[in-house]
Design a protein around this ligand. Structure first.
Ligand code: HEM
Ligand code: HEM
Length: 184
């Protein structure tokens, strides 16, 4: 593979990964928060089905994204105080772990529950490889909900806040490294 992270920025694969998966994660997060607060009924069921459809399509790219980061590592950080470099590493790995956990517990919760399969927009279904289990279903749902809120919520606030700080206060290339890579 020639498209590795360069010394100055993220390679094309990483940038596509970041923005496509990031957009899907934000959409899933928003839809999840909305239906969680709705009373049971057809509207809630429709939003949950939308969440599962998008989630199933996003699961493989999410898993690939995490695999890719583990394999390729990060490009060297821009200069900054040591605490900041450590904080960025910790938050980035925590984000990757959180979305990995969500991409696993989401499908496991569906597969072990009453549905027993992942239905994607009525186009196709992914049958359960594990079968029903009330205990596994409850555990997967509880972990999924916790990973989404508060874990992912806090990480995203810190992550987007840090990027905004680099943009407005430091005025450095942090954001451009994720948009244009080495050329930014
Ligand atoms: C990284 C991506 C994901 C995010 C950010 C996310 C976020 C959320 C949120 C915020 C909720 C509401 C949690 C609550 O009840 O408090 C939720 C519930 C749910 N998610 Fe996800 N989710 C993701 C991926 C997936 C995937 C891949 C699937 C399955 C294919 C899935 C299936 C479900 C289901 C079935 C529920 C409802 C559980 C219940 O009834 O409590 N999610 N998700
Ligand atoms: C408006 C939304 C977002 C902006 C502006 C943004 C911006 C950035 C920037 C500029 C970097 C590079 C930081 C550096 O080199 O130190 C980065 C890295 C990263 N971002 Fe985001 N991000 C956003 C949303 C998200 C979301 C929703 C996720 C969760 C899936 C996420 C996960 C990550 C991760 C894990 C990294 C580390 C590099 C990688 O593995 O891709 N970001 N982000």
């Amino acid at each position: 593979m020639t498209d590795r992270n360069g010394p100055q920025g993220y390679a094309l694969v990483s940038r596509l990964n970041h923005w496509i998966v990031g957009g899907a994660v934000l959409a899933l997060f928003g839809i999840g928060l909305i239906f969680h607060d709705m009373p049971r009924g057809p509207d809630r069921a429709a939003l949950q089905a939308l969440h599962v459809s998008i989630g199933t399509l996003a699961a493989l790219p999410i898993l690939f994204r995490v695999f890719w980061r583990v394999r390729e590592g990060f490009p060297p950080p821009l200069p900054g105080p040591r605490w900041q470099l450590i904080a960025a590493k910790v938050v980035h790995w925590a984000l990757l772990l959180a979305i990995f956990g969500l991409a696993v517990t989401g499908p496991v919760g569906e597969w072990t529950g009453r549905e027993g399969a992942l239905h994607v927009f009525g186009w196709f279904s992914v049958p359960s490889p594990i079968g029903a289990s009330r205990d596994l279903h409850n555990a997967a749902e509880a972990i999924h909900a916790t990973l989404a809120r508060p874990v992912l919520l806090i990480l995203l606030v810190v992550h987007v806040g840090a990027v905004a700080k680099h943009l407005v206060i430091n005025r450095d290339r942090t954001l451009m490294r994720m948009i244009r890579g080495d050329r930014g």
